[in-house]
Write a protein that binds this ligand. Sequence first.
Ligand code: MN
Length: 485
Amino acid sequence: MSLKTYAGKRDFNVTSEPAAESGRGHERPIFVIQEHHASRLHWDFRLEADEVLKSWAVTKEPVPDTSIRRLAVEVEDHPLAYADFSGDIPEGEYGAGHVEIWDHGTYRNLMAGKEKPMTLAESIEAGHVEVELHGKKLRGGFALIRMKGNDGRNWLLVKMKDDEARHDSKAQEAAKKEKPEHAKPTGRRRTQRQERPAPPEEIECSSTGKMMFPETGITKGDVLAYYGRIADRLIPHLRDRPMTLERLPDGLASAKSPHFWQKDTPDYYPDWIPRAALETEDGRTVEYLLVNDRQTLLYLVNQGTITFHPWLSRIGSLDRPDYVLFDLDPGESSFADAIAVAREIRSVLANEGIDAYAKSSGKTGLHVLAPWHGDGAYDEARTWAMEIAECVTDSLPDAATTERRKSARRGRLYLDVMQNARGHHVVPPYVLRAVPGATISTPLRWEEVTDDLAPDRFDIGSIFRRISHQKDDPIAPLLAAFRNK
Ligand code: MN
């Protein structure tokens, strides 16, 4: 095996990556997965064979879930010593960015035990690899299957069904259904992302005449129409973020109407709705759904979802928020205080060279959002947000406090940054709130954040008039500030 390509891409006077020398093979072959924060975050999956590491760049975090297939792009062979490499590839070098070992261990070549046994190199040649991984995060059978196109460099990484697999039964159901449904191509999405069945073109809606907001005469049909029209602005704020749904299937019909919060995805939800299985702190697995397309959005609204509450981080780097949220809850103080505090946050952030974005919460408060540019995870982002918040409360000691205890707030506005934490969810721009006025959490231009602003001014009945007069979406630049995943 040649490491020529590997060597040709690198200047070993500059990078600290291992030299292009083949090593001594291990008695039990090894695998390693490196999390690589290059211009695009990816996971490098490497299997020892013929004294080098055969390598694939996996575009998303590998998961032991049989229903999820990951695109794995074949890349050049790496030296065996690369399995121990972690650190920073300098700017300007090939693959510049941070590398860390995500998982490692040994593997067994399952193709060696087939009727026609193959070595790992032979199975790569044949376009069908099956290995049993003995790692810390990944265990059990994984298959790599070569796809057509891209000169055969595109593969799919798939968890095989075994005791280590998650959601086995669901995957089997999906596989059963998949055959008849996908005998012929069912749309663009299917060919682009081969992970799930394509969503249907149209979502069937039921009980559209049901009164959801009796005070304002808003029906379920109105709510569906709202979300259908706002989808293009809203979905970019939801995409790839684990979601909590605030569901009121009967709306605000009465104080006794059901009102619940849903994290886990019920089994009966259709297969085309994307999901992310995440482990909670107490070791349970919650299957969060992801609202990545209009069909999913409308399906969930039809199920009685009024408000979508996403995480601040996305699949691919769930520990690092894309932005921080300053939640300005006036409580017993006045909305004028919220205005003053929001403007002060903006000015403190401006001193750090960071743009801030304001929106109404849709209830009584204001939200200020700022992109998180640091590499750090939630704890670091929250510490930073708290420093900003404390600068603000130092300037406006009579108006605002970061004091969590209600009794210590003494009527001042609570400037809350504690929601910037893994597993917490927030109110994103453009969602409808479950309050009688059918208000919308509405992005604001800073010129509008003045004493003339009413917290509940924007609602389902007026929002599109407002939008039709806007040249640009005031919160779009926040999305542009997020790091590519
Ligand atoms: Mn890489």
